[in-house]
Design a protein around this ligand. Structure first.
Ligand code: NAG
Ligand code: NAG
Ligand code: NAG
Ligand code: ZN
Length: 489
């Protein structure tokens, strides 16, 4: 019987270890809910303060509102969105501008065309939809900056890039996009979707952040938030879907001559475009310059202190807090203006009434952070934080292991629901439940196996006993416990 026990135990251990060695089931839902990340481009933190926004207000009551969120520097679309989905500061993810450029050939591509320059995006960091897919989840992206690119050979499972001349403001199309994303969650079973809206950025640029047009666009955003939440409810997703609404930056009113003295580089004594090999100017408040060989100091000295609202830095002198210097793509000279001003080249050719790209310390650059869903606390307003931390939060919500990043979950942990006993048993370090499930399956299998073995032994024993009782009766012996012939089991 010792031999029987030993062989049975070894079979059990074998089963258990096989179960443990099986790949962690990433489909195990456990504490994982779906996640929708929404960006309303250029939604300044205080845009809800001079417009009625019943739906954003209701969302704040049902969930989380940060007083504001701080974007990374440079506070423009592609760099800031890529920070949201990689958790890295701009110097660390490499998407340093909305424009792709080549300083040798002088070639530049505007925002939309840059979407299709794969190497611009695929520069060593992968967006969260790739991270999620690598860990067995299904992810999608609709119009989010960076959607078109292939990262280390992978794309989002479902993705849609807007057409070349897209009307970013059509509310009907916004609703169609929302419906599509809801299909992705319910019909296509995606776990994560990033959804981008190009407003109120365009309206803020064109008419300025204090215009009635901007206020109307914020009402449209608010209606859309209401629409999203009602569709989520109709599709029975309310208890299974977390929603985060944030954006890439705010917006600031641009002042013009003669009210202010504008910054026009060509008018600065000692400065000449002939000293430059390459430049990006006339692009809001920030400029990148590559002086010709040996002329860096000449250009720098001419520009430094040339205008009270103009900041001039050699790349390596950039304030560390901006996290915008340690990248080979950032050019040797960087200029940025204070809010209210843009940097003109030869003559003023920028006619926007609103701009962004300023220091991310400026209140006008702050954006919103709102969240609602089963994993979030309710009716809680929290202190501001940087959007670089949103990635770690999203990875936590999706129960996936984040890539190395510059953010921290600790910054947003206070907005999460305190877990129930069952949930805390299975996570805070993500994957969790897979292991427990496997152990449980392993133990169940082992227990089942033991039961079968027990039944067989019992049946066999009873059968033998009957036989031997039969024999004993014949032989006049009472053989209680047959000990032979079973060791080979
Ligand atoms: C820029 O263009 C030059 C000349 O065609 C090429 O050798 C270089 O690789 C390009 N650089 C980038 C970053 O595309
Ligand atoms: C990132 O892009 C730069 C050129 O812009 C290139 O030199 C570098 O090798 C790229 N890094 C990765 C990891 O792709
Ligand atoms: C908005 O989009 C809808 C649906 O695609 C289209 O029928 C409508 O003509 C568009 N409206 C405008 C003003 O372009
Ligand atoms: Zn913009």
């Amino acid at each position: 019987s010792v031999l029987i026990m030993v062989s049975m135990l070894s079979v059990c251990f074998l089963l258990a270890s096989l179960a443990l060695r099986a790949p962690l089931s990433s489909t195990a839902p456990c504490c994982r809910n779906k996640l929708l990340l929404i960006s309303f481009d250029g939604f300044r933190w205080d845009y809800d303060q001079d417009v009625d926004t019943p739906n954003l207000d209701a969302m704040a009551q049902d969930g989380i509102k940060a007083t504001y969120a701080t974007p990374p520097f440079i506070s423009i679309t592609s760099p800031s969105h890529f920070t949201l989905i990689t958790g890295k500061y701009v110097e660390n993810h490499g998407v340093i501008h909305n424009m792709w450029f080549n300083t040798t050939t002088g070639e530049k591509k505007p925002y939309y065309m840059t979407q299709f320059v794969n190497e611009w995006w695929d520069n060593g960091s992968v967006p969260i939809w790739i991270t999620a897919q690598r860990q067995g989840l299904k992810a999608g992206s609709l119009h989010f900056p960076g959607t078109a690119a292939t990262y280390q050979g992978e794309k989002a499972h479902l993705s849609e890039v807007e057409p070349r001349f897209y009307d970013y403001s059509n509310e009907t199309q916004w609703r169609e996009n929302v419906d599509k994303v809801m299909d992705w969650f319910t019909v296509q079973h995606l776990d994560f979707v990033a959804l981008y809206f190009g407003e109120p950025d365009s309206t803020g640029h064109k008419y300025g952040p204090d215009s009635p047009q901007r206020r109307n666009m914020v009402k449209q955003v608010d209606r859309t938030v209401g629409y999203i939440r009602s569709v989520v409810d109709q599709r029975s997703l309310t208890d299974h879907l977390n929603i985060i609404i944030t954006a890439d930056h705010g917006m600031s009113t641009v002042h013009r001559a003669p009210v202010v003295q504008e910054i026009t580089l060509s008018k600065i004594p000692g400065f000449s475009f002939k000293d430059l090999q390459f430049h990006i100017v006339d692009y809001g408040p920030a400029s990148l310059l590559l002086p010709k060989e040996g002329l860096l100091d000449k250009v720098y000295n001419a520009l430094k202190n040339a205008h009270p609202k103009l900041h001039v830095y050699k790349k390596e002198e950039m304030p560390r807090r901006l996290h915008y210097s340690k990248n080979s793509r950032i050019l040797p000279l960087f200029l940025y203006a204070d809010p209210g001003y843009v940097i003109n080249g030869l003559i003023p050719v920028q006619f926007n009434n609103g701009e962004h790209g300023f220091d991310n310390d400026a209140m006008d650059m702050k954006t919103i952070f709102r969240a609602v869903g089963p994993d979030f606390k309710k009716n809680l307003e929290v202190e501001p934080f940087e959007t670089v931390h949103v990635y770690a939060l999203m990875c936590h919500l999706l129960r996936i292991q984040p890539e190395p990043n510059d953010g921290s979950l600790e910054v947003t942990r206070n907005i999460l629901q305190t877990k129930t006993n069952e949930e805390s048993a299975c996570s805070s370090i993500s994957i969790c439940f897979g292991v427990l499930t496997q152990v449980f399956i392993g133990l169940t299998a082992a227990a089942g196996f033991l039961v079968v073995v027990f039944v067989i032994i019992t049946v066999h024993t009873v059968h033998k006993r009957r036989k031997s009782q039969h024999r004993s009766k014949k032989n006049g012996l009472d053989e209680k416990c047959p000990k032979t012939k079973q060791s080979r089991f």
